[in-house]
Design a protein around this ligand. Structure first.
Ligand SMILES: C[S@@+](CC[C@H](N)C(=O)[O-])C[C@H]1O[C@@H](n2cnc3c(N)ncnc32)[C@H](O)[C@@H]1O
Length: 137
């Protein structure tokens, strides 16, 4: 099977809900590796769980998630209370695996690495779509 080196350069690199498990140093390093894998003009898009800029917004995010989870649960016939759904969500075992970084910081790393057209293209509280483009040749 071809290795990744046999397939470079790529037109597009897309990541979904994965890089937030890496340390910030490794995130930044990985973005540099992505830059190296793209052709000139190639695009990187990261669909990602990012850190809230304040405790108040983090709480708002959690409440919005809980409203959705509770409605989803109830529509499927569950009789669990919102408090029970909240307890499970707030104490989920994989929560500690999330190493969230603010989207502004991550866009800054992309710019420092040489990406252009860097922006957060879409965001709903802690869910963000951001990225950039390797400069055209
Ligand atoms: C929330 S899931 C998202 C899965 C998939 N990308 C999607 O969007 O449906 C997070 C993924 O990150 C992976 N992951 C966690 N830590 C990782 C690491 N250190 N290196 C590579 N992948 C990791 C997990 O195995 C899991 O598949």
């Amino acid at each position: 099977m071809d290795s990744i080196e046999d397939r470079v350069p790529f037109d597009v690199v897309v990541s979904g809900y994965a890089i937030h498990h890496l340390t910030d140093d490794r995130k930044r390093e990985l973005y540099g590796e992505v830059f190296g894998l793209l052709r000139a003009g190639g695009v990187f898009v990261n669909i990602e769980h990012v850190k809230s800029p304040s405790g108040r917004l983090e709480k708002l995010w959690e409440e919005m998630m809980l409203d959705s989870l509770f409605a989803y649960d109830t529509e499927r016939g569950s009789r669990r209370s919102r408090e029970e759904v909240a307890d499970e969500f707030l104490h989920r075992p994989d929560k500690a695996a999330n190493i969230l970084a603010p989207v502004e910081d991550q866009c800054g790393w992309l710019r420092e690495l040489g990406f252009v057209d860097v922006d957060c293209y879409f965001k709903v509280l802690e869910l963000a779509v951001f990225g950039g483009r390797k400069p055209p040749a």
